[in-house]
Ligand binder design. Structure first.
Ligand SMILES: Nc1ncnc2c1ncn2[C@@H]1O[C@H](COP(=O)(O)OP(=O)(O)OP(=O)(O)O)[C@@H](O)[C@H]1O
Length: 295
């Protein structure tokens, strides 16, 4: 449904995106992840037909987003990171304007979205919090039932309850066979919604991975408090992957080899231990580090 092929845009300062390629299948939810300035927005701008590729192409449902901009754009519901609202409008005014542009007359989906997101659309936009503006944007994007959703940081500013609701909305649309490309900094949101994710860094795709594959790379994190400082020193000498020590506190990451960890730990006097799971964010950071070491 979305195909990006060797998309390249080098700005005069040398930054940009370089040979970006990936595909999003119909009905797939695809995460687009990367640190600030890595090239997510530039890629998305090409998908919306706002920028002409210097090289390569971006295609939506068979339509080249530059050469056949109107056709391609018509398939997309786009939620920008920050919406530019016109002065003096209420949320309802804005939604009316969008509905006019989208050519929709049936208000039922809009009404139900407003009810679920729990906000008063008649509030003047200038009085709205960032989260409330984001809700207006979500309604505007979802109400016209697009085939392809392109969402830039969709839950920024939303509280955890609303983030959860947003995940539900995405999964409902996915059920209907809709396609999503979603940039996000929220790894739990990506985990709960996405089938696959691409990681972009310095304008280049580092990897495209199945979300389960990413999850299986997650390590367990054990926070151990010992009773003797000499044990901390001994533990540092072991084969364990020690991420941090502070006084008697030691953080150990374990991937699979629990026997070795338990065997090693049995040598020491342990005061406290707690187990957690490495976040996806940490996995990505490991990825970046590995790339760095390899390059
Ligand atoms: N018009 C421009 N002229 C020059 N450099 C630009 C231009 N637009 C973007 N850049 C640079 O290109 C790089 C990629 O920017 P882009 O906005 O695509 O990143 P991003 O991943 O969307 O970041 P963020 O999460 O902060 O929005 C950055 O280094 C940015 O400074």
């Amino acid at each position: 449904m979305i195909r990006i092929d060797n998309l390249t845009r080098r700005f005069t300062n040398g930054k940009g995106i370089f040979n970006v390629s990936f595909e999003v299948k119909e009905g797939e939810v695809f995460g687009f992840l990367g640190p600030n300035g890595s090239g997510k927005s530039t890629t998305i701008r090409h998908l919306l037909g706002y920028m002409k590729p210097q090289k390569g192409s971006a295609v939506i449902d068979g339509y080249d987003t530059w050469k056949n901009q109107a056709k391609a754009r018509g398939r997309i519901g786009y939620l920008p990171g920050e919406i530019a609202f016109l002065e003096g409008m209420t949320g309802s005014d804005f939604l009316d304007m969008m509905a006019g542009m989208q050519g929709i007359t049936d208000k039922s989906k809009r009404t139900s979205l407003i009810q679920r997101l729990q906000f008063d659309p008649d509030t003047p936009i200038r009085k709205m919090s960032k989260g409330m503006k984001q809700k207006v944007g979500i309604v505007a994007t979802f109400m016209h039932d697009p085939d392809v959703y392109i969402l830039d940081e969709p839950t920024s500013g939303l509280d955890p309850l609303m983030q959860k609701l947003f995940v539900e909305l995405v999964l409902e649309e996915k059920e209907k066979g809709k396609t999503f490309l979603m940039s996000s900094h929220s790894f739990s949101e990506i985990e709960r919604t996405c089938d696959r994710a691409a990681i972009i860094r310095n304008g280049e795709i580092v990897t495209v991975k199945d979300i389960h594959e990413l999850q299986s790379m997650q390590r367990k994190v054990f926070d151990v408090t010992l009773t003797r400082s000499e044990d901390v020193e001994a533990m540092k000498e072991s084969r364990l992957s020690i991420k941090k020590t502070e006084g008697l506190f030691v953080r150990v990451e374990v991937q699979g080899d629990f026997d070795n960890f338990i065997h090693e730990l049995s040598k020491y006097s342990v005061k406290n231990i707690s187990a957690g799971t490495q976040s996806l964010e940490q996995i990505f950071m490991d990825y970046y580090d590995a790339e760095e070491a390899g390059s």
